[in-house]
Design a protein around this ligand. Structure first.
Ligand SMILES: N[C@@H](CCC(=O)N[C@@H](CS)C(=O)NCC(=O)O)C(=O)O
Length: 204
């Protein structure tokens, strides 16, 4: 069975959402919240000591986007993973874009708003990060105008991957009202039954 290492309060939520969406049975192997796992046993799985990581019948993969692209291609043919190679190009494009253009400012804002100990938080850094989100969020909003999904077709792993980076901004909290197309797409992603099921794990 697929093993997913991580916790719901980490980037492993992306992998859990993908597994639920794809209907793959899995075991969630809990690691220390906030610290990943530095145990010598876990470092053999992911030498970075970061989550998520997976063990799919002996195949180890780490890095959340790589994991999700692999799971979608293996288990989601015709659903989260379309057949057209041009669609694959855009799936990679938007997934890598989310990590390189959106994740850092979102994480900087969240860390300085809520996760760091209060005495270490820097309000100016949080404000600067929130300001920097205007560029990528504007790009995504314009792309989604007149489209319900990133590819403009069925819901794919591109939507799930990008949504799972953008939705962290809701913890800042972030005012998405200047981006109505992005906001509608984000809410649709949040309300997908597979996503709701994973968020339900947060409640225990
Ligand atoms: N680029 C990696 C980042 C993974 C990452 O930093 N995960 C955090 C949890 S959200 C972690 O394991 N932190 C613990 C640590 O760095 O020790 C990915 O997307 O998988």
């Amino acid at each position: 069975m697929l093993k997913i290492y991580g916790t719901v309060m980490s980037r492993a939520v992306r992998t859990l959402w993908a597994a639920e969406e794809l209907g793959i049975p899995y075991d969630l192997i809990a690691t220390d919240p906030g610290t990943g796992s530095r145990s010598s046993e876990f470092l053999k799985i992911n030498p970075n000591g970061h989550v998520p990581a997976i063990d799919d019948n002996g195949l180890i993969v780490w890095e959340s986007m790589a994991i999700n692209l692999y799971l979608a291609e293996k288990y989601g043919q015709g659903t989260l993973w379309p057949s057209d190679i041009a669609d694959h190009a855009h799936i990679y494009q938007w997934s890598f874009w989310a990590l390189s253009e959106v994740e850092e400012p979102v994480m900087t804002a969240i860390m300085n708003k809520m996760f760091l100990p209060e005495e270490e938080r820097d309000a100016a850094k949080a404000q600067d990060a929130i300001k920097r989100l205007e560029v990528p969020f504007g790009i995504l909003d314009r792309h989604l105008q007149g489209r319900e999904t990133i590819l403009g077709k069925q819901y794919t792993i591109a939507d799930l991957n990008v949504c799972s980076v953008v939705d962290f901004a809701m913890y800042i909290p972030y005012d998405f009202s200047p981006y109505p197309a992005l906001n509608n797409w984000l809410m649709a992603g949040m309300n997908r039954p597979a996503h709701q099921k994973v968020l339900g794990l947060l409640q225990g």
